[in-house]
Write a protein that binds this ligand. Structure first.
Ligand code: C2E
Ligand code: MG
Ligand code: MG
Ligand code: MG
Length: 289
């Protein structure tokens, strides 16, 4: 009895694995030509300064309009792109496209903002990365100070010397650097000291229950304190509610990014949002008295 159950479970398990493996394979295969077919698109999510409630930047987030599967979420294709190394050409394309749009918006007279582009660990290992970044800026006609590159903690932990040298090179180009998803990886605080990131992004998993979970609240306060002490600007990710905003404002978070102000938008919609110039509504409620 147990034996046959075991076998059934085994068969069920392999069938499921086969299904997932073939979905993976089909995504990987269709991703190969997706770039040249123009199926990728860059969306932009505003980052809002809490001093004045205005847009100060935007994160570039890639989207894939798959011909048969519709919009595929990054959580589904980014890991596959990393494994197949497709993330390198894809990431470089996102970088160039983001610089091009940022420069175009500035030429139209929109207030200049910083565009933050995610950089995969594999991209950091391209020996010509600095040239690629400089070329993306030059081709677009964008001043380096308007570009920010986001790396995660995991990046800093692998091949530390190479990565540190690359990050310093990026900084020397005049490009800004931010540490993404902070608190979820294994970064050692000594690297934070050794390398001065311009910005620390508090991961959304800590922000979610900030106003109900005392541990999350304490962690976020500690991260903000750490960032400020080390001279970094602190941004909170995944801000969805007025309660979260109020907590973060009191804790002197510099900026936020999240659905409360706006979801990531197609470039045209983002451009219209900038034209609209709508400030973030700051709640007036007094919470901690
Ligand atoms: P990330 O860099 O941490 O980006 C933030 C993610 O949080 C985005 O998910 C964004 O849509 C989502 N988000 C923003 N505000 C909220 C909110 O209020 N609530 C919730 N629940 N989520 C919010 P997205 O666009 O699905 O991207 C997921 C991840 O995929 C990114 O996380 C990043 O790691 C990766 N990714 C996206 N685009 C690129 C890219 O061009 N290159 C690389 N290397 N990775 C990318
Ligand atoms: Mg990011
Ligand atoms: Mg993040
Ligand atoms: Mg994330």
């Amino acid at each position: 009895q147990a034996k046959s159950n075991g076998r059934n479970n085994y068969q069920f398990f392999t069938a499921d694995m086969n299904a997932r493996a073939s979905e993976r394979l089909s995504l990987e295969t269709s991703m190969r030509d997706a770039l040249s077919r123009g199926e990728f698109e860059v969306f932009f999510q505003p980052q809002v300064g809490l001093e004045h409630g205005q847009i100060i930047g935007a994160e570039a987030l890639v989207r894939w309009n798959h011909p048969t599967q519709g919009l595929v979420a990054p959580s589904k294709f980014i890991p596959i792109a990393e494994e197949s190394r497709m993330i390198v050409p894809l990431g470089n394309w996102v970088l160039r496209r983001s610089c091009e749009l940022a420069a175009q918006w500035q030429r139209e007279g929109l207030p200049p903002i910083t565009i933050a582009v995610n950089l995969s660990p594999l991209q950091l290992h391209q020996s010509n990365l600095l040239d690629l970044i400089q070329d993306a800026l030059d081709t677009a006609g964008l001043d380096a100070k308007y570009l920010e590159l986001e790396v995660t903690e995991s990046v800093v932990m692998q091949e530390v010397e190479h990565v540190m040298a690359m990050l310093h090179g990026i900084k020397q180009l005049g490009v800004k650097l931010s540490l993404d998803d902070f608190g979820t990886g294994y970064s050692s605080l000594s690297y934070l000291k050794r390398f001065a990131f311009n910005k620390l992004k508090v991961d959304q998993s800590f922000v979610r229950d900030i106003s109900s979970d005392a541990n999350d609240a304490a962690i976020v306060l500690a991260i903000i304190g750490l960032g400020k002490t080390l001279g970094m600007s602190v941004l909170a990710e995944g801000v969805e509610t007025d309660l979260q905003l109020e907590f973060l404002r009191r804790a002197q978070t510099d900026s936020i990014q999240g659905y409360l102000y706006s979801k990531p938008l197609p470039s045209d919609a983002f451009r219209l949002l900038m034209l609209e110039n709508r400030p973030l509504k700051m709640p007036e409620i007094e919470l901690f008295h």
